[in-house]
Design a protein. Structure first.
Length: 113
């Protein structure tokens, strides 16, 4: 059973930055990975994807502000979030992109003044 452990969330003011990390319990070398988020009373949405070759794609709402990256030696996926906005407030999760496994607990990001 694959385990996903997200961390790095917190409370930040608008315009601030956070870096999220996701440690995966198995190799991500050949897998496309993604970050997702779920705001209160909303559906989970895809935020960013990184392919096995390192190609990245982003939701329009975060393009130019968020950067997804990975360290395959550490089986860790990162999400650098800059210029955060109140509408970025959500629980953030990582998981596979093509296929998903059981979801982790996520990490709460709250953007508020």
């Amino acid at each position: 059973q694959v385990q996903l452990v997200e961390s790095g969330g917190g409370l930040v003011q608008p315009g601030g930055s956070l870096r999220l990390s996701c440690v995966v319990s198995r190799s991500i070398f050949s897998r496309s990975m993604a970050w997702y988020r779920q705001a209160p009373e909303e559906q989970r949405e895809l935020v960013a994807v990184i392919s096995s070759s390192g190609t990245t794609n982003y939701a329009d709402s975060v393009k130019g502000r968020f950067t997804i990256s990975k360290d395959t030696l550490k089986n860790t996926v990162y999400l650098q979030m800059n210029n955060l906005k109140p509408e970025d407030t959500a629980v953030y999760y990582c998981n596979g992109y093509v296929t998903t496994t059981d979801w982790g607990q996520g990490t709460q990001v709250t953007v508020s003044s």
